[in-house]
Design a protein around this ligand. Sequence first.
Ligand code: NAI
Ligand code: MG
Length: 338
Amino acid sequence: TLIPATLIPGDGIGPEIVDAVVAVLDALGAPFAFDTQDAGMAGIEAAGDPLPQATLDSIARTGLALKGPLTTPSGGGYRSVNVRLREAFKLYANVRPARSLIPGGRFENIDLVLLRENLEGYYVAHEHFIPVGDDPKAVAVSQGVTTRIGCERIVRYAFEYAVANGRKKVTLVHKANILKAITGLFLEIGRNIAREYEGRVAVDERIVDACAMQLVMNPWQFDVIVTTNLFGDILSDQIAGLVGGLGMAPGANIGEKAAIFEAVHGSAPDIAGKGIANPLALLMAAGLMLEHVGRQDLAAKLKVAIDRTLNEDRVRTGDLGGKATTRELTAALIARLH
Ligand code: NAI
Ligand code: MG
């Protein structure tokens, strides 16, 4: 039986890499029945809104979406579509795996996962300026928020993720020495929940700045990292950098009401329409979507096809130092699957 899912081609290179991914998923025999919907600039053109109601309705119905990158229109007062999606579907966990696929890079044999809390912290944007004299922006104030429920939800997700994926250790990343309330609460709750998993998953903790340094000095010491929103935003791009950059970084946004899968990169306007975009980040996001619906078998098959295409066939796009076009890489992946 087919699983209904929303498909958002998105902007810039979005439609090119979405086409590639859909073709590979077909060859793989993935069980998705896609409902294609607009968002981003395409949404503005079709419905006057970068996040049209029809798109929201579709995701509400399917609870599952594969999303191409969206161009955030500058000016015009649109709120970020990604933030709206996170709020609408309470997408509290951002899952960012980083696995090195090509030998000879900066680091080899990296296989770690960062789980970022997606709804709280400093991203609630309770911000304002305080004027002094004739300077309206003399002082800027920002308040962050973390809740017991929010911390429990993300930390529990991290430990359950570790158990489900055979991972050995969860590292709690915080700054509780300075931000004693907003990240102290996260650490306290993290330590409590860790006790429930004693003997099954090890727990470890790091202060965020030290963690950033150690990720570069010795990334192999980490397994699953769980952290608050702002720290997670920064560290998740850092771990993408450990494994070859944005073209190789998938992400999943997991919530109570839906799960949305996407590449970490944006719409890449500089290469859009040239047919040279790397579809692998979005393809790996589709792999996470297969795991999410319980098709670990197909996700594993996909991983093998990607590894062999890159390393045995040596078909790689320009961002990975190769010469292949999006279509050539897609054809090579499909040939590997057949
Ligand atoms: P970007 O990620 O689109 O591009 C950064 C650089 O990486 C560019 O040189 C681009 O050519 C390259 N690149 C990105 N993806 C690639 C791929 N798959 N294959 C080969 N090269 C790739 O970031 P940028 O330029 O800052 O943002 C462009 C637009 O994307 C903006 O409107 C931004 O708001 C939006 N954006 C959307 C995101 C989303 O929808 N999740 C995430 C990040 C940015
Ligand atoms: Mg970010």
